[in-house]
Design a protein around this ligand. Structure first.
Ligand SMILES: Nc1nc2c(ncn2[C@@H]2O[C@H](COP(=O)(O)OP(=O)(O)OP(=O)(O)O)[C@@H](O)[C@H]2O)c(=O)[nH]1
Ligand SMILES: [Mg+2]
Length: 327
């Protein structure tokens, strides 16, 4: 990294987008010399973080997440706010794709001085991709962004990853398209704070209202995630900006409630604990990789476990004993 920690820190604090991007690249790296500097930087940034509203946006592919984020972002900017857009795309390491790689989808927002758009990390970047959206978010907070909007790919574990780092979780639903696919039956409903039925127009308004009824009924069977918060089901169109003001207001209302009950801080504390656990694993794994015999032992014990030679727990214990004796 050709920039010193001080230069990066000053760049971030003064809102220099090029240096913000450099800092993000640094925290995404798994190389140990980069990690050292990343930790130094994050330590310096800590006191400037915590002041943004962290919003996760999920929904099936094509539900309109990027369109929503772009127009919501424009609305926030019109209200005097600064907006950062990030993406969680655990699949990108496999298919080398990036859901925000196609930046043209946020053409308008990308032109705004008060917006910062960061595509998902692609594989092979500075020695591998870590799950560092949280750390990226810290950098954006320290740079003074008021809203951090995180788009998920809407499949598999990405929702869990996003829910684990955000304050409010927004689910974009389209009419039809199969409830099962859209998460009604796979736990999304338990994680969601606000639902927005997207792509509603005059023609399908009636259908949209029926969908809203169904969703409300489904929500009645789910224990509330936040006390005193009834998940609102809003209708609108991300493309033509309809209903976005309501989402803006609901987010505000939700954050105010969570602040009042201290839930905002409480949840963030729990999230930080999870990040700690994540990094303990990351650092242990990276220590292991530095030592060939340990890595071999790890693979051997894993193989024994998978071949049912002995119990997985027995193999794990044998490996950890070796790990401790070598460290
Ligand atoms: N008619 C209509 N089309 C919309 C609306 N919102 C989004 N679209 C269109 O739906 C398509 C998909 O929108 P995106 O915003 O890319 O959807 P996405 O959820 O980000 O998709 P992925 O990132 O691929 O998962 C685009 O062609 C949008 O123009 C809407 O409110 N009404
Ligand atoms: Mg998208």
């Amino acid at each position: 990294m050709k920039f010193s920690t001080k230069e990066l820190l000053e760049g971030i604090r003064s809102g220099n987008k090029r240096l913000i991007a450099k800092a993000i690249t640094l925290v995404e790296s798994k190389k140990s010399e980069h990690r050292l500097q990343a930790e130094e930087l994050l330590k310096e940034l800590m006191s400037f973080t915590g002041n943004s509203i962290r919003v996760g946006v999920t929904g099936v592919p094509g539900a309109g997440k990027s369109t929503f984020i772009e127009n919501f972002g424009m609305l926030a900017i019109a209200n005097g706010k600064k907006v950062a857009v990030l993406a969680i795309d655990p699949s990108s390491a496999i298919n080398k794709g990036s859901i925000l790689g196609d930046k043209t989808r946020m053409e308008e927002l990308a032109k705004e001085e008060n917006a910062f758009i960061r595509p998902s990390p692609s594989s092979g970047f500075l020695g591998g991709v870590a799950n560092t959206t949280f750390e990226t978010m810290m950098i954006c907070e320290a740079a003074g962004y008021d809203y951090i909007l995180i788009e998920t790919v809407g499949v598999g574990q990405s929702e869990v990853l996003v829910a684990d780092i955000t304050d409010v979780f927004l689910f974009l639903k389209i009419i039809g398209g199969g409830d099962e696919l859209q998460g009604i039956k796979r736990g999304i409903m338990e994680m969601v704070d606000i639902i927005f039925i997207n792509k509603v127009d005059k023609e399908n308004l009636h259908k949209a209202k029926n969908t809203r009824l169904e969703l409300k009924r489904a929500l009645d069977f789910i224990p509330p995630k936040e006390k005193d918060w009834k998940v609102p089901v809003l209708l609108g169109s991300a493309l033509s900006n309809e209903g976005l003001n309501e989402v803006f207001e609901k987010i505000d209302e939700f954050i105010t409630l969570k602040n009042k009950t201290n839930r905002l801080g409480e949840v963030r504390n729990q999230q930080a604990e999870k990040r700690f656990e994540y990094w303990v694993q990351e650092y242990i794994l990276s220590e292991m990789k530095k030592n060939n015999s340990l890595e071999e032992a790890y693979l051997q014990h894993k193989k024994n476990a998978s071949a049912l030679v002995s119990n997985p727990s027995t193999e794990a214990k044998l490996f950890v004993d070796k790990f401790l004796s070598k460290n």
